[in-house]
Design a protein around this ligand. Sequence first.
Ligand code: NAP
Length: 237
Amino acid sequence: MPKRIIITGGSSGIGEALVRRFTADGWIVAFTCLTHEKEARALSAETGALCCVCDVRDEKSVGDALGYFMKLIHRPDGLINNAGIAQKRVLEEMPLTEWEDMMNVHLRGAFLWSRALLPALRETGGSILNISSIWGQTGASCEAGYSAAKAGLIGLTKALAKEAAPQVRVNAIAPGVIETPMLGGYSEAELEELRGRIPLDRLGKPGDVADAAAFLMSERASYITGQVLAVNGGLYC
Ligand code: NAP
């Protein structure tokens, strides 16, 4: 029987690569989008994955999306908390609303989706993957809220891995600098400077993250839980 997975934020970048990778591998995929519904519908038509609009910050929206997906998916084997937003502002100038948005999209979203799916994942022996960031491991200047939220996701991963075991595995990926629309806030000079610091001498591609995700969600990773896999070209080891 094909495995079934829910992916948040599948309409762009890494999420889109995840949708393509898991559908190509024969999984039944359901994914969410927020502002890029047209692109998401096109991806859905192309890959056969199900999609719906869902704001991961909103409990009702998560509940509605879950209800829609579960009618079609019934027994999920996996959840990838991927939805995310970028930030570029020094802390002294950061409005509280922006700080809260960072926490709500990355942490509250992962909390709401994980809490909603855990009972079903316990039944199937499934697994959860959280997309954190290298900046959650090292901290990034002008991204204090983002770094704090992504570090929080690592804490959530490690705690939940203990709590959800032995039925459910919980891991994280910490991507480095991956070529997606999220890099739009960096200038060419900043990207060149970052590229120069990467031992493998290139920026990452969304497919690099999807390959690592495919492994962590597979049976080949059945003895791996509570881990953070860095996909960063050696930028931080
Ligand atoms: P992206 O291309 O901007 O995609 C972000 C995705 O998140 C989109 O599908 C977006 O949906 C969705 N999203 C944003 N806010 C949402 C909300 N409130 N509710 C539901 N969905 C929401 O960025 P990306 O680079 O692929 O990022 C994917 C994940 O990787 C994020 O968690 C990001 O922090 C992480 N990451 C990225 C990098 C990098 O270098 N690119 C590095 C480390 C970690 P819509 O477009 O439909 O609004």
